[in-house]
Design a protein around this ligand. Sequence first.
Ligand SMILES: *Cc1c(COP(=O)(O)O)cnc(C)c1O
Length: 388
Amino acid sequence: MTENTTPSFSTKAIHAGQEPDARTGAVIPPLHMSSTYKQDGVGGFRSGYEYSRSANPTRDALQAQLAAIEGGAHAFSFASGLAAEDALLRALTAPGDTILLGNDAYGGTFRLINAVFGQWGVKHFAVDLTDTSTAADAIAAHRPKVVWVETPTNPLLNVVDIRETARLAREAGAILVVDNTFATPYLQNPISQGADIVVHSVTKYLGGHSDVVGGALILADDTHAEAIGYMQNAAGAVSSPFDAWLTMRGIKTLAVRVKQHSENAAALAAALTDHPKVETVLYPGLESHPGHAVAARQMREGMFGGMMSIQVAGGREAARTLVDSTKVFTLAESLGGIESLIEYPYDMTHASVQGTDLEVPANLVRLSVGIEDVEDLLADLTQALDRI
Ligand SMILES: *Cc1c(COP(=O)(O)O)cnc(C)c1O
């Protein structure tokens, strides 16, 4: 053993929560497809298991793995990213409370906060959190219970300074939530930078293979563990054992995948910057990106992830032609899988924010850059751009 006994990222991703099965030695923890557990006399639970909404060994294994890779004290796994967000907000807000969020938050997050929680008397304000003085003013003016940060954002790839926002939230007694879906825990650990709670849509990079829908909350410490654990069981939007098992399998290869996603995206971003049909490339790895310096500081060295958006010359028609013309990039919502996806946020993922302050530009195309061979990806985008 060396002096440094803290395991590094992939060692945790591969081993945390993954004890070989006690009875058989199976190296992969079994998939416990059981809704209930035999009791040895009333209340005689074996290892505490009673009913699978409350606890399931496969879900527990995933939760241990999630807590380890985000550097948190607790993790809770849910049936979707939005189910996780819903449980968090129900557990920690009450009528009259205010949520402060970025003005380009994920459309589904905004819809949940605006349309669902709004009805129950939880208020919200959406401001530009990339500007820390705007964030400071908004926190002072609205005294929010929760500050909700996404970085990089979906789909505009804006970057918020987590450390600085955490400091402002802490001074105001607010809970800082960071949606870390785009960056992944391999590239960025918000808890180490002051966040109280990390949210993931594990549907995306953690699952990584476009075959599972899931969500997670990772908590920095014990403060909110009881309230969120209670809500996970009381409202019951838990992940199924099979979804938990698939997510664990995905997480074990997260680092190698994200390295390749980042390398491919960086190469495409550089190549597309010079294309005559491309007005702007939004990718935090580009030095021209307004959030580049902050991203370089708070993300893993030299890597900026696999997500990028481009704004094309020619507006809505041109953007729609582009997304209809690719052959390797598949036209689909979602992101973070090994295969490259292309989509038109204005009418697809972000249709729910049309007409609100969060509406996205009509010439925007979002790319989830996969881990295929990058020369094929570039050739595909080039032939599709030529059709505009
Ligand atoms: C997809 C997504 C969500 C919602 O997750 P689901 O698993 O679709 O419910 C939340 N935040 C971000 C940034 C996302 O991309």
